[in-house]
Design a protein around this ligand. Structure first.
Ligand SMILES: [Zn+2]
Length: 93
């Protein structure tokens, strides 16, 4: 799936249609000490049968996001590509 490097879309900060620079949004670093992450680790600890997190879930597609930077106000916001896309998004030059 090819995505243009620049698109014209709504900016929630300017509240208008402006041109945006497009980048693929990264997941960011894993927050190993976050509350939910600790709770999840606690749940998986020890014996006591299979639990939801232990199963190997194979997902067919990923939710890919684009990071849009507004050219007017220089603020960033995200855009989800479809609901789930099977092909990897790449930016068209
Ligand atoms: Zn803006």
């Amino acid at each position: 799936m090819k995505v243009p490097a620049e698109i014209r879309t709504h900016c929630p900060y300017c509240n208008a249609h402006t041109t945006h620079k497009v980048k693929l949004a990264s997941k960011g670093p894993r927050r190993t000490l976050a509350e939910g992450e600790l709770r999840h680790a606690r749940k998986l600890k020890g014996h006591g049968g299979k639990r939801a997190g232990k199963k190997d879930v194979v997902k067919q597609a990923k939710r890919q996001k684009l990071m849009l930077t507004c050219q007017q106000c220089n603020k960033k916001h995200e855009l989800v590509l479809g609901s789930r896309t099977r092909k990897k998004a790449e930016i068209k030059r």
